[in-house]
Design a protein around this ligand. Structure first.
Ligand code: SF4
Length: 306
């Protein structure tokens, strides 16, 4: 759902312009439009997903774009309870920033958790403060850790979102964060490969410093994920490990940015975006990853060390 929230990293409370990779339009489904009433969006969402999940009769409403706890508590109550009224809705998943939640909101969500499935999903993105500063998150990792621990201790399902491929993070560094992430009391986790969206500050950073980015090919990313999840605690549920955004948000970059010289091809201006994997959908990436896990006879937590 797009309930019309904004974000403190956009409205000037914490910063302007937002995180350098952020363009919410790139991942907001077409049926989510904040000008439409909430129940209309839920109805459209159910209609859309019925095609794929034909036997589904119960639903979680996902408040995804921007920071979905960034409003006074009475407004949050109004929105969440309206969503929970919809027939078949049994819970909420609420995406937000770790600096956008306070004790009264957590206490309210704790009460709701007694009756419904409630999950708060925090955008953590990286365990490195240096990276968080470079991508203009306007919060550090320590805050994420503190808020995750508090939310979990209150009995609320706790999720987190991370991005692989952020500038300045090497393959080995990303791999090493499996231990840090495993030490957090998380119920669920989502990973995405960095997708550089046209027109964002991240695109400019990439054009200027392409060498700072570990660019994953599809096969390279699957190889990485296999190695990463071997080191990840088996106790955390991985909800997804790659993302997809509509191709129109990823225009071709110039030859300068990709590091490929014009001599290597006569269509330098049309050099494909290095992180474009073609029109492959998530379920195909999932199948390929499962196959690779089987081929290597490995699994989540195989090399996890407490
Ligand atoms: S916190 Fe989320 S909505 Fe706000 S700028 Fe960052 S990515 Fe965008």
């Amino acid at each position: 759902m797009d309930a019309g929230f904004t974000c403190p990293n956009r409205d000037g409370t914490k910063g302007f312009g937002g995180c350098t990779y952020c363009n919410n339009d790139a991942f907001n489904p077409s049926y989510c439009n904040p000008v439409e009433p909430l129940h209309y969006q839920i109805a459209k969402g159910i209609e859309f997903h019925t095609v794929r999940y034909r036997r589904a009769t119960k639903y979680l409403v996902y408040f995804q774009p921007y920071s979905n706890t960034y409003a006074p508590l009475p407004r949050l109550k109004e929105l969440y309870e309206k969503a929970l009224e919809y027939p078949g809705v049994v819970g909420l998943v609420i995406g937000t920033r770790p600096d956008c939640i306070d004790d009264p909101t957590l206490e309210y969500l704790q009460q709701l958790s007694e009756k419904y499935f409630i999950q708060v999903e925090y955008g953590v993105e990286s365990c490195s403060d240096q990276t968080l500063e470079r991508i203009n998150r306007q919060h550090g990792f320590a805050l994420s850790e503190q808020v995750i621990r508090k939310t979990h201790a209150m009995g609320i399902n706790t999720g987190a979102h991370f991005i692989f491929g952020l500038p300045g993070e090497s393959f080995d560094h990303m791999l090493s964060t499996a231990a840090t992430i495993s030490s957090l009391p998380l119920d669920t986790i989502k990973f995405h490969q960095l997708q550089i969206v046209s027109g964002t500050a991240m695109e400019r950073d990439f054009r200027e410093h392409p060498g700072d980015f570990h660019q994953f090919s599809l096969e390279g990313y699957i190889g990485f994920i296999v190695r990463f999840i071997e080191r990840l605690s088996p106790a955390v549920v991985i909800e997804r490990f790659s993302g997809e955004i509509p191709p129109r948000f990823m225009e071709p970059l110039s030859s300068t940015a990709t590091g490929i010289s014009a001599a290597e091809g006569d269509s330098a201006a049309l050099t494909p975006h290095p992180q474009r994997w073609g029109l492959i959908r998530y379920d195909a990436v999932l199948r390929m990853t499962e196959k690779e896990l089987e081929r290597q006879n490995t699994w989540q937590g195989k090399h996890y060390q407490i």
